[in-house]
Design a protein around this ligand. Sequence first.
Ligand code: CA2
Length: 144
Amino acid sequence: MATILMLNGPNLGLLGLREPAIYGHDTLEDVEAACRDALQGTGHELDAFQTDHEGAMLERVHAARQDADAVVINAGAWTHTSIALLDALSAFEGPVVEVHISQVHRREAFRHHSYVSARADAVIVGCGVQGYEFAVLRVARLLD
Ligand code: CA2
């Protein structure tokens, strides 16, 4: 049994509670439940972590070297700013899939560049929260 770690960065704890026109009505809890359902029968389990603190995220990525086999990450705004997060993800050896709920390339120019993409094995953008399910199924396939 492999462990897939789903990471969500700043403000994503507000999912379903604010800005439904952009991010939809599902809460992060709903998304985690949908991903656990999607993984039923694959033999893989989901662990999930959200933080608004960059240092806490870096430490969780470091710990993933010991306690996770793959990472699905929506780094939120850190996607566009954090070389530190890219460096932490680069030290993780398993598959990494990047998710963005919104179609970032149709939004402001500052959302078009992702540091995380330099490490990601796949990037899922603009599929709404369903993108997380696609991402966990993709890493499950990569782990098999
Ligand atoms: O589309 C995405 O998933 C983003 O990663 C979301 C980030 C944004 O900075 C990225 O450019 C694209 C923002 C996450 C904020 O999440 C909220 C959720 C509900 C209400 C308010 C913010």
